[in-house]
Design a protein around this ligand. Structure first.
Ligand SMILES: Cc1cc2nc3c(=O)[nH]c(=O)nc-3n(C[C@H](O)[C@H](O)[C@H](O)COP(=O)(O)OP(=O)(O)OC[C@H]3O[C@@H](n4cnc5c(N)ncnc54)[C@H](O)[C@@H]3O)c2cc1C
Length: 432
């Protein structure tokens, strides 16, 4: 990806190249058209092709252009909401299924990576949810209790135990989730696209979908260079449903989300001494603050540090300066820090922090609104939508109920508030 340093940063610089693709320049008949080349779309394409179903994936830009190529790379089990709240929101039938699916989803990712031999720095060694103060400790203690009641492989660590795995004394405890881990996200999504193509899927990049028309027995999915005619359509455009390509279905998906900007900064590779202190077990980590921070290592030993905010306009300087101060506070042994890479993207937040399953017409479905938890869920739901489109599952068998699409209220104002609020918090160094 040339010219994407502020959007894909370290991941763009260190991922193996994407498989060669071209834009769509003819009309094709397929079994399934997939719109969007992130985890969800590429997983759907891979699983369809592996089942012998002819799928064509259309991506407006490049594979991993959206959240899938920009994120932190924490392969989490579960959502932001507590397990019991998820059950209360979705009821026993869907809630129970969703909790099981999300708990198993990291294993699906790491198994796929291993089976397909995807070169993506996969580190299935667990994650640490780090508690800030007494409130943070109460939160992770409750999470631990709820997950343990479901026999999940999690452990509550006290401050000393957390300190040893994090390499910082700043936290009052941590929830170790052994189901989870980290990956290099752009490398992973490129690997999925590559294996989807090897299995028989066609992938066209630089091919924005600009129109869908219902032809009765099939959909005609139109791009500027050609079209795909298919009985099934899977929309996997999530927060990057770019209104510039404004087909009503994809643009509508984005309108039900409030955009939360999130940035990452990567240091130079740490020294061996520093690596023996900071995250020595290779865990991925994030904290309990409402303007949260996350940190993890990459394969070369760079510390990747992230938080809420956009690296544009004044934010670039404010967040980078804050990042240096914060790293010094968390890890005094680091000394002076220089960042080699900085990049950011938009997380699409729904009003109840749950993903959404929509039907946009006969045999056209979408899954979106991962709320910053899309690596494992996107892979897992991509597989399920593939099974739906190939007749192996009915829509009632999925882990989410079908819902009507609803625009988020005051979304532009709320998105702007997140961006400005993060700048203010990082400027003042306050701890929310
Ligand atoms: C900065 C950041 C940090 C995050 N951290 C994490 C994390 O640590 N762990 C985690 O699990 N999740 C994380 N997430 C969330 C996760 O990245 C997303 O939930 C996930 O990538 C969504 O995948 P997707 O395939 O559904 O959509 P995307 O990856 O966003 O892909 C959608 C694609 O659709 C394409 N598209 C849009 N409109 C059209 C059109 N009309 N025609 C053709 N193509 C179109 C876009 O170009 C885009 O490539 C983070 C997200 C961000 C932005």
């Amino acid at each position: 990806m040339v010219g994407y340093s502020l959007s894909h940063g370290l991941w763009g610089a260190s991922a193996p190249p994407a498989p060669p693709t071209a834009s769509l320049s003819s009309d094709i008949i397929a079994d399934v058209a997939i719109v969007g080349g992130g985890f969800t779309g590429c997983s759907a394409a891979y699983h369809l092709a592996s089942a012998g179903v002819f799928a064509v994936l259309l991506e407006a830009r490049d594979i991993g252009f959206g959240g899938s190529g920009r994120n932190v790379g924490l392969v989490n089990a579960g959502l932001w909401v507590m397990p019991d709240d998820l059950l209360a929101c979705l009821g026993d039938r869907y809630g129970g299924r969703l909790l099981t699916q999300l708990g198993d989803a990291p294993r699906l990712v790491f198994d796929l990576v291993e089976r397909l031999g995807i070169d993506c720095e996969a580190t299935p060694r667990g994650t640490l949810h780090c508690a800030v103060g007494t409130r943070g400790l109460a939160e992770i203690s409750e999470r631990a209790r709820q997950w343990k009641a479901r026999a999940a492989d999690v452990e509550l660590l006290n401050a000393a135990g957390a300190g040893r795995l994090i390499g910082s004394r700043a936290y009052t405890g941590a929830l170790l989730d052994r189901r989870a881990g980290t990956i290099q996200p752009l490398a992973y999504v490129r690997g999925l696209a590559d294996h989807a193509m090897r299995a028989g899927a066609r992938v066209h990049t630089q091919s924005p979908v600009i129109d869908f028309s219902d032809m009765g027995a099939a959909w005609k999915v139109t791009t500027p260079g050609g079209s795909v005619i298919a009985p099934w359509v899977i929309l996997a455009t999530d927060a990057y449903s770019d209104p510039a390509y404004s087909d009503p279905a994809c643009a509508g998906l984005q309108r039900e989300q409030v955009m939360l900007p999130y940035f990452n900064l990567a240091t130079r590779p740490l020294s061996e001494g520093q690596l023996s202190e900071i995250l020595p077990g290779g865990h991925g980590a994030w904290d309990t603050k409402s303007i949260l921070s996350s940190f993890r290592l990459d394969a070369r030993g760079r510390l990747v540090f992230g938080s809420v905010g956009a690296l544009r306009r004044g934010g670039r300087r404010i967040h980078a300066d804050w990042g240096k101060r914060e790293l010094k506070r968390l890890f005094p042994g680091l000394g002076a820090v220089d960042f080699e890479h900085g990049w950011y993207g938009m997380i699409g937040m729904t009003d109840n922090a749950m993903p959404r399953l929509h039907r946009h017409g006969r045999n056209m479905v979408s899954i979106s609104g991962f709320n910053g938890r899309g690596i494992a869920p996107g892979t897992s739901f991509g597989r399920d939508l593939a099974r739906l489109a190939s007749g192996q599952l009915a829509i009632e068998d999925l882990s989410l109920p079908l819902t009507e699409r609803r625009d988020a209220r005051f979304r532009s104002a709320r998105s702007a508030f997140y961006e400005a609020g993060a700048q203010l918090a990082h400027l003042s160094g306050s701890r929310f």
